[in-house]
Design a protein around this ligand. Structure first.
Ligand code: PMV
Length: 336
């Protein structure tokens, strides 16, 4: 990573002893989910909805006073196994505005926030390294997946994976792929997300799409995902809202073809699209959320349309900074 990039995104997570706390943003995928798992391009942004974590030494490991947190939370058990093995127990607190299992990066934000505090307690960490760590923890807990979500919550702002657009930040790896992470400029748009209230399992959905892509038309579908993502990244760069809307709709058509829409998501889209340039499922799908680009000046109307259709509306802007430390855990609520 060059120095300019490091300064822009807040650079290193500095050393900080426990007690300590951090916050990490959620994320929204604009183009390329699922295809990114197969090495194709993706555009995503960090959201101004946050998870905050507080961590202090304690007689027993707890999460929000639950004494059996490791049985219920594979992300936490992986994080502690990776970064805190053989060390004294910790009491963690977590509060979040990111709905869970909604496709908005709640698990990536949790993992990155915990990892940032633990790495800070061990002398600090470069953001590129923190991304690799957070990705391995998330993928280990989920069994499958790309580093897209963890890129957004660690890097903040608008980022691409597997694309040459924008400025290179760093690379992350697993046994099969190397993914490049690039920064692209923020067009200063508001996006509207609608959560359906239908939870889903990212791992199961990714595996089902993997199966679907092994069918005869799989390679053609992947090519189309790639093409739409490249065009979408370029259209956001050109700040061409109409074109972005049309490409969101095209990307949604592809997600329908690989089976990750849902009748509730279709109802929400039908209700909101008259006030929007376009929209699509965001994240793993099969439940979860949609993202739409409201027409300028019609953001509140679009929000009301979602609410009337029974969705939970979030009018969001990008979180320009990724995960960061926010102060000692023993202040105020204990979560910074
Ligand atoms: O729904 P989420 O937030 O888990 O997003 C998943 C995005 C996928 O491309 C479907 C999987 C991945 O790991 O990239």
């Amino acid at each position: 990573m060059n120095e300019e990039a490091a300064a822009e995104i807040g650079g290193r997570i500095p050393a900080h002893p426990l007690p300590s706390s951090s916050r990490a943003p959620g994320k929204c995928i604009l183009f390329g989910e699922h295809a990114v798992v197969h090495g194709r391009p993706e555009l995503l942004l960090a959201l101004d909805l946050y998870t905050q974590i507080g961590v202090r030494a304690a007689p027993a490991t707890t999460l929000n006073a639950d004494r059996t947190p490791l049985e219920h939370n594979p992300y936490l058990s992986r994080a502690l196994e990776t970064l805190w093995s053989g060390r004294p127990p910790l009491a963690l607190t977590a509060v979040s505005r990111i709905p869970r299992a909604a496709g908005l990066g709640s698990s990536a934000a949790f993992v990155a926030a915990v990892a940032a505090v633990l790495c800070a307690a061990d002398g600090g960490v470069e953001r590129a390294r923190l991304h690799q760590i957070a990705f391995e923890i998330e993928q280990g807990a989920q069994g499958v997946g790309s580093p897209g979500d963890t890129a957004a919550v660690v890097g903040g702002g608008y980022l691409t994976l597997n694309s040459t657009a924008g400025r290179p930040l760093w690379q992350v790896r697993d046994a099969r792929h190397t993914w490049s992470v690039h920064r692209v400029p923020d067009p200063a748009w508001s996006w509207l997300i609608a959560y359906s209230g239908i939870p889903r399992d990212t791992g199961a959905t990714v595996r089902a799409v993997g199966e679907r892509l092994r069918q005869e038309d799989g390679p053609r579908l992947l090519e189309e995902f790639e093409q739409v993502a490249h065009e979408g990244i370029a259209a956001v760069g050109e700040e061409d809202r109409e074109k972005v809307g049309a490409l969101l709709n095209r990307n949604h058509g592809l997600l329908q073809q690989v089976g990750v829409s849902h009748p509730r998501l279709e109802e929400l889209l039908a209700a909101v699209l008259p006030a929007c340039e376009g929209g699509k499922v965001t994240g793993a799908g099969a439940g979860g959320s949609i993202v739409v680009l409201p027409k300028l000046g019609r953001e509140l109307e679009a929000s009301r349309r979602i609410t009337r259709a029974g969705g939970v509306a979030y009018l969001v802007r990008p979180a320009l900074r990724g995960v960061e430390l926010v102060g000692p855990a023993d202040r105020g609520t204990g979560t910074g």
